[in-house]
Design a protein around this ligand. Structure first.
Ligand SMILES: NC(=O)c1ccc[n+]([C@@H]2O[C@H](COP(=O)([O-])OP(=O)(O)OC[C@H]3O[C@@H](n4cnc5c(N)ncnc54)[C@H](OP(=O)(O)O)[C@@H]3O)[C@@H](O)[C@H]2O)c1
Ligand SMILES: [Zn+2]
Ligand SMILES: [Zn+2]
Length: 342
């Protein structure tokens, strides 16, 4: 085996460059993964621009990683060499903070975050915490599974934990990496599914993905359109636009929930009236744990849900990242390495 591997690191804000590094040995409780595929999530922008709080450069981005385990660190008993696994945004809990001690590990205050606190998956090799990896079922190829490791688990968990009932009107705002999976999950979980996009271009795609209704904010007020349908029980807001999120609250039915998963840089403005009169609420939801991810992967296999993807070689990470940032990806760009088997 070669003693070095290729990685794409952020060397300075805005600069993604291909580098050659020595293959590291996994430490205690870790595994080394030979990466086959890594999706490009919008959150990677926080690493590429160097804006993630506390981020230290250089850093290899990427938290939609699928590959095979090729080395085990000390004390790792749960996993075997050769197994295909995935790593998402939640790369492992510290086990000692208050959230962890209360069993809420996804909100760990010192979580390992691939691509942020440790090097991620824009690489041929990655070191992961064994407690943070998910098993990938054989029915999914590595490129299909990769976007499910963050875009998939984030939308799946947000929807399944929202206390919804079959037939409820659920809207998914923003039809990108997260949104195009959110539409499929909402439809397959049995909800009356509305997709909210800007412009007519994505209407057919949204309907092909399972949306019953498409709301085009270029010609219609999204909240008014949802009210005409009786009001949404939940709106999953994925678009990175605070400006577009706040007004959605008045499209909720009484007791409806605006679930924020997009992380806009601009602030959200909210009117108190629809919150108070009708008991509507707004809250955020962060990715999911490794075992949640295994549920999301199993549900995707069960219901034949797949991301729509474009692939590019790892070496073209900068180009792939720019496609995502310009909104050109349909709907997820996945970097692939020469080690891809499935
Ligand atoms: N909560 C979590 O755990 C979590 C996990 C992953 C990602 N995120 C965050 O979720 C957001 C989305 O990530 P992503 O990977 O899905 O990004 P993405 O693939 O770039 O998709 C974002 C989509 O939002 C659409 N959009 C932007 N502004 C809009 C507006 N005003 N109205 C309607 N649609 C709009 C864009 O469509 P057009 O430009 O084509 O209109 C684009 O398709 C990011 O902020 C990311 O950081 C959060
Ligand atoms: Zn992500
Ligand atoms: Zn913790």
């Amino acid at each position: 085996m070669k003693g070095t591997y290729k990685a794409v690191e952020v060397s300075a804000p805005g600069n993604l460059r291909v580098v050659e590094r020595s293959v590291p040995d996994p430490g205690a409780g870790q595994v080394r993964i030979r990466v086959e595929a890594c999706g490009i999530c919008h959150t990677d922008a926080a690493t590429v621009t160097g804006s993630y709080p506390g981020l230290k450069l250089p850093r290899v981005p990427g938290h939609e990683v699928v590959g095979r385990i090729e080395a085990l660190g000390g004390g790792v008993a749960r996993w075997k060499i050769g197994e295909r696994v995935g790593v998402g945004f939640f790369g492992g809990e510290d086990g000692v903070c208050e959230s962890c001690r209360r069993g809420d590990i996804v909100n760990c205050q010192n979580a390992v975050i691939p691509g942020v606190t440790v090097d991620g998956g824009y690489a041929e090799v990655m070191i992961a915490e064994a407690r943070g990896i998910a098993s990938v079922p054989d029915e999914l190829t590595s490129v299909e599974a990769a976007p499910l490791l963050c875009a998939g688990i984030t939308t799946y968990n947000a929807l399944r934990n929202a206390g919804l009932r079959g037939g409820d009107l659920v809207a998914v705002q923003g039809i990108g990496g997260l949104g195009h999976l959110g539409i499929q999950f909402a439809r397959h979980m049995g909800f009356r599914t509305a997709a909210i996009g800007r412009g007519g271009e994505k209407e057919k795609l949204a309907k092909d993905l399972g949306a019953h209704v498409y709301i085009d904010t270029a010609v219609d007020d999204a909240a008014a359109a949802l009210r005409r349908m009786g009001g949404a029980r939940a709106i999953l807001a994925t678009a990175p636009s605070g400006d577009a999120m706040g007004p959605l609250v008045s499209g909720l039915a009484a007791r409806g929930k605006l679930i924020v998963v997009g992380v806009p840089l601009d602030p959200m403005q909210l009117s108190a009236f629809p919150l108070v009169f009708g008991g509507r609420s707004i809250y955020g939801s962060l990715a999911g744990t490794a075992i949640d991810t295994e549920d999301a992967l199993a549900f995707s296999v069960l219901e034949n849900i797949r991301p729509m993807i474009e692939t590019l070689p790892l070496e073209q990470a900068a180009e792939a990242y720019n496609r995502m940032m310009q909104g050109k990806a349909r709907f997820r760009v996945v970097l692939v390495t020469n080690d891809r088997v499935a």
